[in-house]
Each structure stands twice: as C-alpha cells, then as structure tokens.
Design a protein around this ligand. Structure first.
Ligand code: SF4
Length: 538
C-alpha cells in the first residue's frame, strides 16, 4: 500500500456521484461510513454548485458494524425515495462499505420501489473515479434506454432527407473540467453546422431523456473517459455511429466539424473557412516566435493531454518533451500520441514520479492538473491547468470553454500568459546591472523561487526565439580589428535596434557597442547585435 498526500482520481463512487449530480430527477443511495459526506465538498466548495449532490449516505459508524447494517441501508433507501421522489435511483457502496458485503442491489430490489433502480458494482480497490463515472453512465443508459432497443441485428432505418440530422452529446458531468462551457460552445457549433441535438447526457439529463437516446442519428463522444462505454453500447444496440474527435484546439475543432458534417450529410465548408479564432492571427505576429521550441511537459486525463500535445506542437510551436496520463483505461491512446512527438508516454498515478520527470527534463512550461500546478510552483516553472483534478480557481466565473474556436482562444491565453510575463527576460541581459532588472531577477509572477532555476536555461531558447523573430537579411560581414576600434552600426543593425522598445534601446545600444569594442567587431550587424545580447544574457 502506498500512502499519498494527493491523488489524481478519487474512488469510483465519487465518479458515480459526478453522474448523479449532473443529472436531474436522480438520487444516489450510497452505503458509506460516517465521514464520507466529505465528498459533498467537491461539488459545493470546489465546483461552487448551489445545491448539495443528490446523495443519501447511510453513514454507518463503527458501533453499527455489530448490528444490522443491511437494515440501515434499506431504511435510508426507502426514506430517500419518500423524501426526494426521484424518477430513478442509483444504489451502491463506497470503499469501506464494500468490505461489509451488504449487497445494495439485492436490498433495494426487496424494497420494490416503483422506479427504475440501477445497481452499481464499483470495485473500489481496482478502479478509480473516471472509470466509476463511465460505468455508472453506461449502467444508467443500459437500464433506461435498453427497453427501447430494437431486436439484435436490426439495421437502423435511413434518415428521412427532409429531417435535419440529430445527435446526442455524451460525457459531460458535474465536477468536469469546463464541461458546462464546452457544452455551450459545441451546441453553438452544431447549430451552425445544421445539426440538431437530441439529448445531452448525463449533464442536465433526466431519466426520461436517457430513454430517448436511441432516437439520434449518431453520438458525439465529448469526453471518452466518461462516455465511451455507453457510446459503444449505443453503437452496438441502436447502430448509432460515433464522432470520436474531441474538438479541443483549432485543428481538432476543424477535424470535428468535418467529421460531424460527413455523418450529418451537410456542407460545413463556410464554417471552416471562417473560424472565430485569434490563434492564427497571433501565429502571424512576431511575438509568437517567442514560443518556438519552448520545452513543454503535458500531463492530465488522456483526452486533455492528447489534445494539449497536439495544440502545443502544431498550433503554438512548442516542443513536447514529456506526455503522460493517469488514465490507465486510455493508456494506449496516449502512448500512440506520444510517438508522434518522439517521447515515451508516462502512464502513472504517482505524482512523485511525474515531479521527478518534470525536474529531470528541465521544462519551460508545464501543462497539467492541479497536482502539476503545485509541482510547478515549487520548481518555479510557468504552468497552466488543462485537466482535472482541478481546484476552485479552475471554475472561473466567466465563460471559459476548452472546446471549439472560443476554447482555442481560451487555451491560447491560458498557456501563453504565464510565458509572456517572461518576455521581458530578453531585456534582462541588457539591464543586467540595473537594480530592478538584474540577470537573476525572475519573472514577476513566479516570485523569488524562480530566480535560480530560470536564469541558466532561459538564455539559449530566448536568444533562439529572438533570432526567429526577425528576417535576418543583413549581409555585412563582421570585421575583426587588430587594435582599439570605434564600431559603427550597419543600416540593418540600426534598424534592428529600432525594434527594441524605446525605454531600453539606449541601454541596448551602449551594451552592444561595449561588446563590439571588447571583441573587436568593427561593424555592428544584426548578427553582432544578437551576439551581444547572447553575451550579456549569459
Ligand atoms: S469509504 Fe473510501 S472514500 Fe470513503 S473514507 Fe473510506 S476510503 Fe475514503
């Protein structure tokens, strides 16, 4: 047994709570020891929901173990039904209650409640939160949509061409990373494509909605960790194909639109030609070259980690030096993605292992979970959160999706801002003696902790980025002089100097000339200017 301070995923019954809390008219009766009600805090404090999760805990205590805990469960289930009048009930046990083997399914059957009851068998000691959420959703879908299933082998009737295509959106839950905002973004995109939404589930779905899942032409799997088992069953049972591209990032959003349009039989080229994204605009600006080649480490759930690595390399020009996930169920997908970037995927639930890899790889930007944010703070590395587990600040008050074109804008800002504060670092070399801008000063947002670590590795990439930021068309050779010289500026060098912000330009000029005199450079070309910059940044 390994003791741990943090953990990427909770036990599977927390996953079940995420499904129950996302839905309407559902109640979850959880056989659990006193103290398990702490899980409510995830929803009320972290996610800031205004209601408690729809969960009744039996809250047995140590002294109850000698008496009839089965009766305790039945009383709780009956009371919960009477009090909340749900349209469907989930029953299950938490980790500790699993050990007393009270069989919540059999006990609730004996109550003969007049609503569907879904029994959850969640092996707490082998599985984790996302698996628990996926299994819960799958069991709900089977139980409630199953009665409407056509006989096995029935082919779905072709869609009437006069009717617009309709889809289900599957996977968003409570306590998901920006799920609520993603839904709004993707619903808007589907409306633009000309596709109707049949059911969104589990988020805000009632048991009645679940019974209608089979009416859609296809399913969109927004979060594979949660929705894949249910979508697979719907495909096998109702013949509904599924859209698997997760629309996180510009490229993936365009792929998603193409995939949906193909299944719906519509032309979405106008939407693809006019994406409302600021990322391509930024990529054309000189500032974007500052990002080129930055060493990035990505860790999170499989969906967000795979998407983040694609955006990092293909859309922002970073270099992915590490990619990993705690989602063992989707390890194969992450391993395949990692091959694209020439790295070996890290599949682990041990945050200390992740921390060791981050330290070893000397990364410049960390894209991770709340856990990696702690690691980044300790190491003084810029960081952005891309995936659950998350903390309260990852549920911002403003609209902040991850998916679709607006999601690409949000991601761009979230990742680039921690780095852009460091843009001023290129000036530090020029200002190295100044009391405010000395070479060891850390980017202001990182505080004092970053000073020692950032100074050394930062120099080379920044110099590279600057070299990339300009068109080096200067063909004046550097002339080495014998004795003391008075360097002159080439027109191109002078022009390049003009690009440096005016408030540091004088200092840059003096430093560069001092460098030229010291190293016998007679004509200060663009190259000499950057040699000087590199020299003072060392
Ligand atoms: S039952 Fe599981 S989740 Fe609840 S307190 Fe015990 S170990 Fe923790």
């Amino acid at each position: 047994m390994q003791l741990t301070v943090w953990t990427y995923e909770g036990p599977p019954h927390v996953g079940a709570m995420r499904i129950a809390t996302a839905m309407r008219d559902v109640h979850y009766v959880l056989h659990a020891p006193q103290g398990d009600t702490y899980a409510d805090l995830l929803f009320t404090m972290i996610e800031r929901r205004q209601k408690r999760p729809p969960v009744t805990y039996t809250t047995f205590q140590a002294r109850d173990l000698g008496s009839d805990t089965a009766q305790l469960f039945q009383d709780a289930a009956r009371d919960a039904y009477e009090r909340f009048k749900p349209k469907a009930m989930l029953v299950g046990a938490s980790c500790t209650a699993e050990l007393i083997q009270d069989d919540p399914g059999g006990l609730s059957d004996a109550l003969e409640l007049p609503i569907p009851v879904v029994t959850l068998e969640l092996p707490s000691y082998q599985k984790k939160e996302n698996w628990g959420a996926a299994e819960t959703f799958y069991q709900i879908v089977r139980k409630l949509a199953g009665p409407k299933a056509p006989p096995p082998g029935t082919k779905p009737a072709p869609r009437d061409p006069a009717r617009r295509a309709r889809c289900n959106l599957l996977g968003p839950t409570a306590l998901g990373f920006r799920h609520r905002d993603d839904l709004k973004e993707i619903s808007g995109l589907l409306a633009q494509i000309g596709v109707d939404i049949n059911v969104i589930a589990p988020f805000d779905a009632s048991p009645d909605d679940i019974t209608r899942l089979g009416d859609a032409d296809f399913n969109i799997v927004l979060y594979p960790e949660i929705a894949m088992p249910a979508a697979g069953w719907l495909q096998r049972t109702f013949g509904q194909p599924m859209v698997k591209t997760v629309p996180i990032g510009m490229g993936a959003t365009c792929d998603f639109i193409r995939e949906v349009a193909a299944l719906a039989g519509v032309d979405a080229s106008a939407l693809l030609d006019d994406p409302n994204s600021r990322a391509p605009w930024y990529a054309k600006s000189v500032d974007s070259t500052y990002l080129t080649g930055k060493r990035v480490f990505v860790f999170g759930d499989a969906t967000h980690a795979i998407a983040a690595a694609r955006i990092a390399t293909r859309e922002l020009g970073f270099t992915v030096v590490g990619l990993g996930t705690y989602s063992r169920e989707l390890a194969r997908e992450v391993r395949e993605a990692a091959k694209l970037y020439g790295v070996e995927a890290m599949i682990t639930e041990d945050y200390l292992e992740v921390e060791a890899a981050i330290t070893e790889l000397n990364v410049e930007l960390l894209l991770g979970t709340q856990m990696e944010r702690h690691i980044a703070k300790r190491l003084g590395v810029p960081c952005a959160v891309i995936s659950a587990p998350v903390h309260v600040q990852d549920y911002p008050a403003r609209y902040s999706p991850q998916m679709g074109f607006e999601g690409a804008n949000v991601i761009f800002d979230t990742w680039v801002h921690p780095l852009m504060m460091g843009l001023e670092e290129h000036l530090l070399g020029m200002f190295r003696e100044d009391f405010e801008f000395h070479a060891e000063a850390a980017p202001s947002h990182l505080g004092g902790a970053a000073s020692e670590r950032r100074a050394a590795p930062a120099a080379a990439p920044i110099a590279d980025a600057f070299a990339l930021a300009v068109e080096t068309d200067d063909d004046v050779d550097v002339i080495e002089a014998e004795g003391p010289i008075d360097p002159v500026w080439s027109p191109e060098g002078e022009k390049e100097l003009g690009k440096i912000p005016f408030f540091v330009r004088g200092k840059a000029r003096r430093n560069t000339e001092a460098y030229a005199r010291e190293f016998g450079v007679r004509v200060i070309t663009v190259e000499a200017l950057y040699d000087a910059k590199a020299h003072f940044s060392r």
